[in-house]
Ligand binder design. Structure first.
Ligand SMILES: CC(C)(COP(=O)(O)OP(=O)(O)OC[C@H]1O[C@@H](n2cnc3c(N)ncnc32)[C@H](O)[C@@H]1OP(=O)(O)O)[C@@H](O)C(=O)NCCC(=O)NCCSC(=O)C[C@H](O)C(=O)O
Ligand SMILES: [Mg+2]
Length: 285
């Protein structure tokens, strides 16, 4: 829950250049996509290319995630068999709509002796949203990933930079993630040229409670890291708050006040979380 996931970059497993580039990009997690970004004719070769890249290594402390194909598709089982032999430690599961799908993945992973793999179900259909609390609470799930492109299409939403038609689903998924103690990752922004639009939608996601943003291009990373990372002001406030709290405790006081505002234990917990995140964001941290 406390792992830093400001920026989570997808790349097609068929794109060797992108997989190579990812070794030098300041992202918190890399998602190698075997699903929608890979054409059916390329599925087998993309899987092989991914295994070669993973064996070469060099991804440092970035979290290594692979989005596999659904088990009901012709490629899902082969994806898992291949990934089980790789250093990928997280599986991103597309279009999850029910806990039974997660159980099927878990059983297969167990048979492949990879029960250690974390699961990131994608919520990108109306049924996924309707069942999100059970999905988020399933054992092994560590993050929910919004698939806002598929979800907007299935909801038949008009194009809207403010994503008004998605507010209910986004808010419900954040709530489910918090109830289950897992991370919540916002969906992708498709316009590669529109940095102000990306910033606006990142800030909206941050305001809704998301921990980070899924991305599709390196030029989107800096904005996501800035919006979802703890900034200098937040860190300074956290340090002052903890100082104030500890001084009050050392003086035997039951209450502490900072800048005229009462500090309570949840503020202390949040300050510690902010500083733990900042530590991870530090180069080499
Ligand atoms: C959109 C792209 C096809 C554009 O690629 P390209 O034309 O190569 O862009 P550039 O020439 O600007 O690239 C500059 C360099 O950056 C590297 N690059 C580009 N994209 C990535 C990436 N995603 N990860 C890592 N590196 C990347 C290029 O290789 C260039 O490198 P170099 O030449 O060495 O300098 C492409 O960006 C792309 O394919 N993006 C990812 C698309 C994807 O994965 N889509 C699936 C996930 S999103 C989704 O499925 C939505 C969800 O399910 C939902 O429902 O919402
Ligand atoms: Mg999708």
């Amino acid at each position: 829950m406390n792992r830093l996931l400001r920026s989570v970059l997808y790349m097609p497993a068929a794109n060797v250049r992108a997989m190579d580039k990812a070794r030098s990009l300041p992202v918190d997690a890399v998602v190698f996509d075997l699903e929608d970004a890979v054409a059916p004719a390329m599925k087998d070769s993309a899987r092989e290319q991914l295994l070669t890249q993973l064996a070469t290594g060099g991804y440092g402390r970035r979290q290594l995630v692979a989005r596999c194909n659904a088990l009901a598709s012709p490629w899902g089982r082969a994806d898992l068999q291949a990934l089980a032999r790789s250093p990928v430690n997280t599986l991103c599961l597309p279009k999850v709509e029910a806990v039974e799908q997660l159980q099927e993945f878990s059983a297969l992973l167990q048979s492949l002796q990879r029960s250690d793999m974390a699961l990131w179900p994608m919520i990108e259909t109306p049924a996924g949203v309707a069942n999100v609390e059970a999905i988020a609470g399933y054992g092994g799930v560590t993050a929910l990933v919004m698939g806002t492109t598929d979800l907007a299409a299935q909801l038949r939403l008009p194009t809207d930079p403010l994503r008004r038609g998605l507010h209910y689903a986004l808010g419900r998924c954040v709530l489910a993630a918090r109830l289950a103690g897992v991370a919540a990752l916002d969906g992708v922004y498709l316009d590669l040229e529109d940095e102000p639009g990306l910033r606006q939608v990142c800030e909206q996601g941050r305001a809704l409670g998301f921990d980070g943003k899924t991305l599709i291009h390196p030029r989107q990373i800096a904005v996501a890291n800035a919006v979802f990372g703890p900034d200098a002001a937040a860190m300074e406030h956290a340090r002052r708050l903890l100082d104030c709290w500890e001084t009050a405790a050392a003086d035997g006081k039951g209450v502490a006040v900072l800048d005229g505002k009462l500090i309570e234990t949840m503020h202390v917990d949040e300050a510690r979380r902010v500083l733990a995140m900042a530590e991870q964001a530090r180069p080499g941290g």
